[in-house]
Design a protein around this ligand. Structure first.
Ligand SMILES: [Ca+2]
Length: 376
């Protein structure tokens, strides 16, 4: 769940080639019978107001102030300012924060890792096999069977199907096998004070680690292990996500994402719920592209386009595919050529876990394969 900068698709200039023929469909009419028709729509008939509202989201997670993150301020002063910030914002004990920070170590390997140039974005045909393969699917089927009672209980309570919880764990940590061996305190300390480009985020997360420790006093912040970005447990929760959205799934009064699987399952499901998951609603539909339709590359994954709007652009659900009002369009370079997908609200929710649409589609397809393997 690290916040990698995700590639933003350029907003394609919308050509008007299709606008010349047939009767315009006003997307705000919402006539279901129009959805299947590939009826071009002049730009003028697509006012911004005709789009659907974005999915309501929780407030942005707090980031640390400039007094903590400005590289022009001496490091020791920034650390002092961090202590003040954490005490004032979260009521942490200053002596405790100081003593923990005094034991944290800057890890050069983390700075090297995070400074590596971003890889070129792989096309979908190369990305998909990383997660959609026999080993990962069979691992998910086995994991589901081993944990079926707890998973099914969380699914019934939250409406997040168990196979999606399992798929997240499969993609994030290979079903809990690779959860990270860095000390979280070292990772966040290093990135908060020695990596200026993302210091506001990581110093914010470091402060929230202390807030989390206050809420969950059983956690030993000096011993917590995670990824080099400070993400913890089977679901790779950052401290802010842990603090704000983790759940106690086994009712022992503690939220333990490091060793208690029922807590992990309940927390992943709750992360989906607070970001807008809708019980029983579809995730994606394979789309058909009409002959001559123009490319359409929305700049984000918010499902704000009425299906009539997408139909007017030449994109409709393939026969037998699920429909829901409000989608966006994914265009992916697949193994057998271009693939078009209508991405609905629940797809958007998965992108809140990781902003790559290929991540989200992988989670969806892995989930479907796991469900097929386990049976209903
Ligand atoms: Ca618990």
């Amino acid at each position: 769940m690290s916040r990698r900068p995700f590639f933003r698709l350029a907003v394609a200039a919308l050509p008007f080639a299709l606008a010349a023929c047939a009767t315009p469909v006003n997307p705000s009419d919402g006539h279901a019978e129009d959805y299947g028709a590939v009826t071009p729509l002049p730009e003028a008939a697509r006012p911004e107001g005709a789009l659907l509202p974005p999915v309501p989201q929780p407030p942005e997670r707090p980031v640390a102030p400039t007094s903590v993150t400005d590289p022009a301020i001496p490091r020791a002063t920034r650390v002092d300012n961090f202590v003040d910030y954490t005490v004032q914002t979260y009521g942490a004990d200053p002596a405790y924060v100081r003593s923990v920070l005094a034991q944290a170590q800057v890890q050069q390997a983390i700075l090297t890792a995070i400074s590596r140039p971003a890889e070129a974005v792989r096309p979908w045909r190369d990305y998909r096999p990383i997660f959609i393969n026999d080993a990962r699917i069979n691992g998910g089927v086995a994991f589901y069977r081993e944990n079926r009672a707890a998973l099914d209980r969380v699914a019934a309570e939250t409406g997040v199907p168990a196979e999606y919880i399992v798929a997240i764990i499969g993609v994030e940590t290979s079903y809990g096998r690779v959860t990270g061996n860095w000390k979280v305190i070292d990772a966040l300390y290093t990135l908060a004070f020695d990596y200026a480009p993302r210091a506001p985020f990581f110093a914010g997360e470091l402060a929230q680690l202390f807030a989390l420790q206050k809420a969950e006093p059983q956690l030993d912040v000096l011993q917590l292990k995670g990824s080099y970005a400070g993400a913890m447990g089977m679901g790779q929760f950052m401290p802010s996500s842990y603090r704000l959205w983790a759940k106690d799934g086994d009712g022992d009064g503690q939220r333990d994402l490091l060793t208690h699987k029922p807590d992990v399952f309940a927390s992943i499901a709750n992360y989906f719920v607070v970001h807008g998951w809708q019980r029983g609603a579809p995730v994606v539909a394979r789309a058909q592209r009409a002959e001559g339709a123009a490319d359409f590359k929305p700049e984000n994954w918010e499902p704000v386009y009425p299906l009539a709007n997408l139909a007017a652009r030449g994109y409709t659900p393939a026969p037998g595919q699920p429909t829901a009002e409000g989608a966006t369009l994914l265009s992916l370079d697949g193994e057998a050529g271009m693939e078009y997908w209508l991405a609905y609200r629940n797809f958007y929710v998965i992108t809140r876990y990781n902003r790559s649409p290929m991540y989200s589609l992988s989670v969806h397809q892995l989930a479907q394969a796991i469900r097929a393997g386990v049976g209903p």
